[in-house]
Design a protein around this ligand. Sequence first.
Ligand code: SF4
Length: 705
Amino acid sequence: MHATSPIRTTCPYCGVGCGVLATPTGPESALIQGDPEHPANYGRLCSKGSALGETLSLQTRLLYPQIGPRRVGWDEALDKVAGEFRRVIDTHGPEAVAFYVSGQLLTEDYYLANKLMKGYIGSANIDTNSRLCMSSTVAGQKRAFGEDVVPGCYEDLEQADLIVLVGSNAAWCHPVLFQRIVKAKQDRPGLKLVTIDPRRTATSESADLHLAIRPGSDVMLFNGLLNYLRQHDRLDFGFMEHLVGLSQALEAARDSAPSVPAVALACGVPETDLVRFYQEFARTEKTVTAWSQGVNQSSSGTDKVNAILNVHLATGRIGKPGMGPLSLTGQPNAMGGREVGGLANQLAAHLEIENPRHRAWVREFWNAPRMAEQPGLKAVELFQAIEQGRVKAVWIMATNPVVSLPDAAAVRRALAACEFVAVSDCEAETDLAAYAHVSLPAAAWGEKDGTVTNSERRISRQRAFLPLPGEAKPDGWIIAEVARRMGYAEGFDYAAPRDIFVEHARLSGLHNEGRRLFDIAGLAELDAAAYDVLPPIQWPVNAEHPAGTARLFAAGGFPGPEGKARLLPLPPQPPFNPPDLDYPLVLNTGRIRDQWHTMTRTGKAARLGHHLPEPYAELHPDDAARWEVADGALVRLESRHGSALARARITPDQQAGSVFMPMHWSDVQARRGLVNALVNPVVDPVSGEPESKHTPVRVGAYRPV
Ligand code: SF4
């Protein structure tokens, strides 16, 4: 497959979901351009997206199946995986096995993995690395709306008069969306941008106002805003017929955030800045509040999401042009994973695993022999269960938990103790590879077909434009082959990804009649040719909305009981582990501009390595002086869970009392540079999302022994 005309596909990195035109120039290279017709980016690409053509080298790829270090044929490898899972299930039951999957999987792959685990193996022990980035938003939206739904779209950013970015360094992490915001500000100088982030970042450089709040004080800030809006008579009384819980939420806001001075003190921001923000929000109807991991990755992440949703619901600013809450998902297909039930507490098609009627519908639709009856283990508890020996076989697909999960030492212990570990991956040399009993070579971006869904509910095609290298196979093929060998040939007999997609679409319309908004029944009749040319489209897509839907909820119509949305009373909770005398600094982890996740792809593009070439720790000058750390020196960070080495960067952009360290480097790429060696495995009790932005640490100069 060496097409000379460009193939339309979608960037495999962040949740913006930019359209890409890829023209292969050889088996390991392609010319990459932004797709001018894709509504997410209209031709723009960021540094990572534009370097995609430089990441296609096969040099470090996993190209053949292996059992341990031994190269084997596909039959032997697949028989081994199916046999080990069957053995463990027969001996210990279905709860003793698990899949750990990824927002990098295509929707079709994700759908099959869920179907196999939840409908055929009969356990819900399938969780995903998306748990680490957006599960607090899933839980918050479900609590507020009754379903995990993003109400608005990217165009709202251009139509807004005020954009509030909370816990989001969009300039680096969602760059094309940020480019759209900057352009909108240039076109309309009246558009104001407020950033809320403990750090001063590239994003806050462009802001009209930056509130450098104390880490973890977001609920207090938004409770204060809700109280301010009530005091200044800015609630939307016309919208209240669509709401429940308003008076309780207002009461909790008044009790916890009684005055602007009290909120300013608790959040650690100047009172004048806080008043400016509250006044701006109160008087600007067209307001979009967008947020990302700074909100989600917290032991009270779900409450933080609901605190934001509360103010939008109370002001009726939702689902209308230029206004609404907008969650920015981290991964290219975090949304698609949610649609197929990719979290351990979900069923496919936004159905609920704890609802017996929903389980019965799915069981019948799948003709499932053994349906999961209860939620499974969420990511952090899943690996704890492996370490404790309760889960004895795990299949990890398209993700590297050794690098990305908190408390890396515990994850390593779990994998070392696990009876059977299967790994599907594109890359051979990862921190995870050493733990694999069977390694399955997966097709990479550009080598397989399917769909992904971006942060505005837009489904886009990923299309193959390169041949499959070595013996690599698409993830969906691998899952279906294992399923067949476990005795489930009938449920996994698909000729192509299109067959899986239309089944997924049919399931979304099943027993629905408008009750659930995730409904793509309008795509259930796509034939192969129509699937091949499917243009980007926002769900719901059904008889009522055949061309898709940009916005939801402008006139109510929430999926919750009686069609109403719920506001929640939210007493602010401090981060679970406060700093103390032994570990006096707060570690915040995050992304940098030119790397993606564990760098298996972006690490191959030399020019992306020039921006920030090694693990670093940013410190405020006061902390640097106190701990005798010089700018550029090698430092050792320590927490109660482990230690890591990094190059010190001294900057006033970092709040005193805190440290920032990027998440990308693994021990393979930079020995001892793994930030998750430090991070505490504390999770939000509602969503199960780890508190990756608040671990007590200490810092000192590195002295080799
Ligand atoms: Fe890819 Fe995100 Fe950059 Fe768009 S903004 S090109 S989706 S990394």
